[in-house]
Write a protein that binds this ligand. Structure first.
Ligand SMILES: O=S(=O)([O-])[S-]
Length: 106
């Protein structure tokens, strides 16, 4: 069984509204800059490492990538480091946009 949870765009939107998770975008920086889920942070290696070491393990964390594959790997890594509430967005940012969810697009 996966140590993290996979959420649909609808469930992720609800999660964001209810739990105010830390939102991590693990796509390329240029794609993040072109548009991302509101309040998402771009995860570069340094941020990832510092979160793994010092992040709040009890806080909900929502991770997304392009289509929902890379985020699963990252989600698993956070779980391995003891994070308790890790979610991966199924379908990634592509799915999010397809469902017409709000973005911080410029
Ligand atoms: O970002 S991706 O791994 O889903 S192609």
């Amino acid at each position: 069984m996966k140590p993290f949870k996979t959420v649909t765009a609808d469930a992720a939107e609800q999660l964001i509204a209810d739990a105010k998770p830390l939102i991590l975008d693990c796509r390329d920086l240029k794609d993040y800059r072109a548009g991302h889920i509101e309040n998402a942070m771009h995860v570069h290696e340094q941020l990832r490492d510092s979160l793994l070491k010092k992040g709040d393990k009890a806080r909900d964390m929502l991770i997304y990538c392009y289509y929902g594959h890379a985020s699963e790997h990252l989600a698993e890594m956070f779980c391995d480091f003891g994070f308790k509430q890790v979610y991966s967005l199924a379908g990634g940012y592509a799915g999010w946009k397809e469902h017409h969810k709000p973005t911080g697009d410029l």
